[in-house]
Design a protein around this ligand. Structure first.
Ligand code: ADP
Ligand code: G3P
Length: 499
């Protein structure tokens, strides 16, 4: 490896920020930029992003990172793109302009539609074909909502003027100057319109959700030719050779390549994916089946547990309650007490994901006494991501799948107190790798595979190295007590229905 070797540019468009990171083939980050952007909350349970802001922050961070590489004399071989999943954009192909804000994965506005479809008996078909559930989390009902609520959209779609996609598809359309309308199999597998058993958009699901199939992009492998950037955008034409949804990219970056390997990424939400190999495995305990990655036409499947609020709970403690001014400060505040004093925070701000799938639940803070203060509440916020992960591992265990070791990453994984608590409550070894930007790194790796710089997944596995390992230290009685409190808190939260 020399200083003149090419580098891979990862574009990571997340829920809270857009970032770009350039990696050497040895996995060293040599340049990066990150820009946070505004979350738009029009009503309770609704979450939107301005797609133009997503584009602007993506382009600007990519440009700045490309410039930094040039200043170091490093050429970029290819781009890998990864994105917040399910978030849906509809735009006019004639102008490239979105016709509505992007509806974000956390958004619950289509809960009634999902409930009606469930009551009409359609959930079994959705689960069978897609591995998902009838929940507003997924793209299908968001896409139909935009078509139904923007004046003239249905007619424009029928005339062939509108295109739809997840964030990867929208960004690739813009990056290639409208030349490519494509996605990868992992992003497609999160729409509830894609039959992952056969690897194609499904006419029956498109009819069920009232989505014109002609608006949907072409689906490619994760390492493939996704087009070339317009030369004016990044100063040169660069090939896009890798794409995956952010959780699947983290699966690659964490080298979760053997059946049984598990990773959990703690960003805005938290998402645990266990590699289940080339056979589609189904959960009897409300975990999702999903495509972990697709390479050379071969699908590797995963079981996924989706936590809707993890880092966003910390953001709420910071911005909503004003308990601290930077997310990282939660650690010192939470560590200033030895426990929460019986306080539990159930962060159902936008409902609860796996294994509850309860879009109508709203958050609660229970067990308060006059001794409860800022530190107890901050600690309860951190604990909520721990307990939600435990619920997922319990669901996996009920499916007969054990988790021996949990690989972790994402913004919250910087928090040592959180990692130890995770290990204690899960009663498993928790490992954080040296390279914590695993999502971006996974996207870069896919670009490496797509451009022939990496030969196989073995080249990627060789780059994964552990940094922090936590072992369980908690005694069983304390764990049982804490978990029983959490169970009661979730039950109380779900029993309460907001007016
Ligand atoms: N030290 C920390 N302790 C707990 N949470 C943190 C810490 N640092 C960052 N976070 C949370 O992690 C999230 C950012 O993680 P990131 O992986 O960048 O998210 P995303 O990919 O969703 O944009 C934010 O919600 C932030 O509140
Ligand atoms: O932005 P993150 O990292 O919380 O990830 C969002 C997920 O892809 C939503 O499914």
């Amino acid at each position: 490896m020399t200083a003149s070797d090419p580098v891979l540019l990862a574009i990571d468009q997340g829920t809270s920020s857009s970032r770009a990171i350039a990696f050497t083939l040895a996995g060293e980050a040599i340049a990066s930029d990150q820009q946070a952007f505004k979350q738009i909350y029009p009503q309770s349970g609704w979450v939107e992003h301005d797609a133009e802001v997503i584009w602007a922050t993506t382009l600007s961070t990519a440009r700045n990172t490309v410039s930094a590489c040039r200043a170091k004399g490093r050429a970029i071989a290819a781009i890998g793109l990864t994105n917040q999943r399910e978030t849906t954009v509809v735009w006019d192909r004639r102008t490239g302009a979105p016709i509505h804000n992007a509806i974000v994965w956390q958004d619950r506005r289509t809960a009634d539609v999902c409930r009606a479809l469930t009551e009409a008996g359609h959930e079994a078909e959705v689960i069978e074909k897609t591995g998902l559930r009838l929940d507003p989390y997924f793209s299908a009902t968001k896409l139909a909502w935009i078509l139904d609520h923007v004046a003239g959209a249905r007619q424009a779609a029928a005339a062939g003027h509108l295109l739809a996609g997840t964030i990867d598809t929208f960004l690739i359309w813009r990056l290639t100057g409208g030349a490519r309308h494509v996605t990868d199999a992992t992003n497609a597998s999160r729409t509830a319109l894609y039959d992952m058993r056969h690897g194609r958009w499904d006419a029956g699901l498109c009819a069920l959700f009232n989505v014109p199939m002609a608006m949907l992009p072409e689906v490619l492998d994760c390492a493939a030719d996704f087009g070339t950037t317009e030369p004016g955008l990044l100063g040169e034409a660069l090939p896009i050779r890798g794409v995956a949804g952010d959780q699947q990219a983290a699966t690659i970056g964490q080298a979760v390549f053997q059946p049984g390997d598990v990773k959990s990424t703690y960003g805005t939400g938290a998402f645990l994916i266990q590699n289940t190999g080339t056979e589609l495995v189904r959960s009897s305990n409300r975990l999702l089946s999903t495509i972990a990655y697709q390479l050379d036409g071969q699908v590797t499947y995963g079981l996924e547990g989706s936590i809707l609020s993890a880092g966003s709970t910390i953001q709420w403690l910071r911005d909503g309650l004003g308990l601290f001014s930077k997310s990282s400060e939660v650690e010192a505040l939470a560590a200033s007490v030895t426990d929460t004093g019986g306080v539990y925070l159930v962060p159902a701000f936008t409902g609860l994901g796996a294994p509850w799938w309860d879009p109508d639940a709203r958050g609660s803070l229970v067990g308060l006494s006059r001794a409860s203060g800022r530190a107890e509440i901050a600690r309860a916020g951190l604990d909520s991501a721990v307990y939600q992960t435990r619920d997922l591992l319990d669901a996996m265990a009920a499916d007969g799948i054990a988790c021996g070791r949990l690989k972790v990453d994402g913004g919250m994984a910087d928090n040592a107190l959180f990692l130890q608590r995770l290990s204690d409550v899960l009663d498993v070894e928790v490992v954080r790798p040296v390279l914590t930007e695993t999502t971006a790194f996974g996207a870069a790796c896919l670009a490496g595979l797509g451009s022939g710089l990496f030969q196989s997944l073995d080249d990627i596995a060789a780059l994964w190295k552990p940094s922090v390992t936590c072992h369980p230290k908690m005694d069983t009685a304390a764990r049982t007590r804490d978990l029983s409190g959490w169970k009661s808190a979730v039950e109380a939260t779900r029993a309460f229905r907001p007016i």
